[in-house]
Design a protein around this ligand. Structure first.
Ligand code: CP
Ligand code: NVA
Length: 348
């Protein structure tokens, strides 16, 4: 059932980082995303942004986020305009403030993907329209809504489940999963070498939310202990966009590769265990990077083996599809005029 009370509270808000929202608001995005997915599958129109214009700013490359924002915008009845790093003056010839004022006078909403969190914050501060963070070095909040939709679709619930992120525990995905899981009552384990453990300030934010939700967090370099009883094994690339320290990461993270032995170490039954990855993934050598790393370091799979990636546990494709439904929920709830029809017999 979609709670309409929350709608008015969300109107006009920007999604810059999960921590700025109440847990029940994040939960609402997840449930509304599932509802919109069901509406799309049934062919029920949901043009909540009819006639609006949406700017899509990308400093970094993207397949899923760009495609999801584009298709979601069109399904919602609005017009998307892609503004890539080399297309506009931002950063090189024009400040964030000046750019934001101009974009805010023409567009009704702005998506931003890039490096600094301060840029997306500046866009929100000066544009006067809702701004959605499509990934920065610090956070990936729109990904979180898709991810917890995927978890809920699989298990029918969130509270009490255990999600374990294995890999670079200091990157945007680790930060977002730690905080968002803690908000939603999901136990989050971060399994990473000590050098890549999350910053204390991120752990503190997560801890505060666990006090309300009752979930637990664990930060460890001990693989056996960290993955035990997990329901979700989650990983991400070892080197994020904007970084280039491959040698260091290959050395540090090779023992943390997600493989079938690690899936077995969870001790969880097959029915209660899934694998997730935000993508893109290095699970073979069919990419330039993959080929290069094989030549240099002799490994043909990085953060996840091809076997796990293609196994019964794998949910990364559902997760990728859910990017579109979740981004619709975020845009519609913060910018749209909502009348949400009930869908008898087909919740979620
Ligand atoms: N998961 C994700 O953000 O994918 P893209 O980098 O392709 O947008
Ligand atoms: N940590 C990755 C996530 C990609 C969706 C990166 O920032 O490149």
């Amino acid at each position: 059932m979609i709670e309409s009370k929350i709608n008015s509270v969300l109107q006009g808000r920007s999604l810059l980082a999960e921590k700025d929202f109440k847990p029940e608001e994040i939960q609402y995005f997840v449930d509304f995303g599932l509802h919109l997915k069901a509406m799309k599958k049934r062919g029920i129109p949901h043009r909540y942004l009819e006639g609006k214009n949406i700017a899509l700013l990308f400093e970094k490359t993207s397949t899923r986020t760009r495609s999801a924002f584009t298709t979601a915008t069109i399904d919602l009845g609005a017009h998307p305009e892609y503004l890539g790093a080399n297309d506009i003056q931002l950063g090189k010839k024009e400040s964030v403030e000046d750019t934001a004022i101009v974009l805010g006078s023409m567009f009704d909403g702005i998506e931003f993907r890039g490096f600094k969190q301060s840029t997306v914050e500046g866009l929100a501060k000066y544009s006067g329209v809702p701004v959605w963070n499509g990934l920065t070095d610090e956070w990936h909040p729109t990904q979180m809504i898709a991810d917890f939709m995927t978890v809920k679709e699989n298990f029918g619930r969130l509270k009490g489940l255990t999600l374990t992120f294995v890999g670079d525990g200091r990157n945007n995905m680790a930060n977002s999963l730690l905080v968002t899981g803690s908000m939603l009552g999901v136990n989050v384990h971060i399994v990473a070498p000590k050098a890549l453990h999350p910053k204390q300030e991120i752990i503190d934010i997560a801890k505060k939310f666990t006090e309300q939700s009752g979930s637990q967090i664990m930060i460890t370099d001990d693989i056996k202990k960290g993955v035990l009883h997990s329901n979700v094994i989650y990983t991400d690339v070892w080197v994020s966009m904007g970084e280039s320290n491959w040698e260091e990461r290959v050395k540090l993270l090779t023992p943390y590769q997600v493989n079938m032995d690690m899936m077995k170490l969870t001790g969880t039954s097959d029915k209660e265990l899934i694998f997730m990855h935000c993508l893109p993934a290095f699970h073979d050598t069919n990419t330039d990077y993959g080929e290069n790393i094989k030549e240099k370091y002799g490994i043909s799979e990085m953060e996840v083996t091809d076997e796990v990636f293609r196994s019964q546990y794998a949910r990364q494709w559902d997760e990728a599809e859910n990017r579109m439904h979740s981004i619709k929920a975020i845009m519609a709830a913060t910018l749209g005029n909502l009348f949400i029809p009930d869908l008898p017999d087909m919740e979620g």
